[in-house]
Design a protein around this ligand. Structure first.
Ligand code: SAM
Length: 273
């Protein structure tokens, strides 16, 4: 019998076994991701209508770059930013930003309804993602939108082996075994949203160019360092392989396609309130 999503992973959790917020530089790692993706995220959120009058919920908000940009650039009325650890969110308060420390897998972690519910690079790390998506869909007000962004691995069996692909494979494998991270479902995200009762579901994909020194390149380098133990535990790579991949990533030899960001959205039926 196939294991259910909730059975996957070694029982570890994001932020406890890897990507611990108290580990120096974790905020910088999240911000490298933000530098690579924020413009794309904000363009999509604006295109979906985020602006004055909108009450928004940003879950797993990290350092809060999207939450703040929604307020400061898109002009939404308010953002409730939720994370299991709010040390980075609390550092720079802005008018309209409310911060809440909660585990979003807990039932009823927040009450109320929001015109926008947003989660970026969060569900991929949660083994109980189907249940969490159903709960997030419940939090969307009629006429509102749920927007989910997660990573998509664009390699397949024909992708030539490079130090990059070798270590990325070990990273996905190690994170899956350790904390239940899974990106295999991400291309089906529009169907997941439809299954949660949302309509007019759609998605788009963005792949940042993997050039030496770019934010995405630095993001992967830092992510590999922080998941080194999980990668080694797979037995598919050793320290030398990881070190070679780090050098490759920062060199003119690098010729690889980064994992992309798939952004999917779906609307709650009914007129906007
Ligand atoms: C990869 S970071 C993404 C941060 C931000 N959304 C972004 O895209 O810049 C994942 C975030 O989700 C948070 N997170 C992970 N599991 C969580 C949970 N069960 N409840 C609340 N937050 C969680 C982490 O603390 C972290 O801040």
């Amino acid at each position: 019998m196939a294991a259910s999503a909730e059975d996957q992973g070694g029982g570890g959790r994001y932020g406890e076994d890897v990507f611990r917020p108290e580990q120096e530089g974790e905020d910088e790692r999240i911000d490298y991701g933000a530098l690579a993706y924020d413009e794309i995220t904000m363009a999509r959120l604006r295109a979906l209508g985020a602006g004055p009058g909108w009450r928004c919920l940003d879950v797993g908000a990290g350092t809060g770059t999207v939450s703040r940009r929604l307020l400061e650039e898109a002009g939404v009325d308010s953002v409730l930013a939720v994370d299991r650890d709010v040390r980075f969110l609390a550092r720079r308060p802005v008018p309209g930003l409310e911060v809440q420390e909660s585990d979003i897998t807990a039932p009823g972690f927040v009450t109320g309804r929001f015109r926008l519910v947003h989660a970026r690079f969060v569900l991929m790390h949660l083994p109980e993602r189907e249940r969490v998506v159903a709960n997030l869909a419940e939090l969307v007000a009629p006429g509102g939108v749920l927007v989910l962004s997660d990573a998509v691995d664009l390699t397949n069996e024909r992708t030539p082996d490079t130090p990059y692909t070798e270590v990325m494979r070990a990273m996905w494998l190690g994170l899956r075994a350790g904390i239940g991270t899974d990106v295999s479902w991400v291309p089906s995200c529009p169907q997941l949203l439809r299954g949660a009762g949302l309509v007019r579901a759609a998605a788009e994909l963005y792949v940042p160019p993997l050039t030496p020194g770019s934010p995405i390149s630095r993001f992967w380098a830092d992510t590999w360092e922080r998941s080194r133990e999980a990668m080694l535990a797979t037995g598919t790579v050793d320290d030398d392989t990881i070190d070679a991949a780090l050098l490759y990533l920062d060199s003119d030899e690098c010729a690889a396609l980064s994992a992309g960001m798939l952004t999917a959205w779906g609307w709650k039926p009914g007129p906007a309130e």
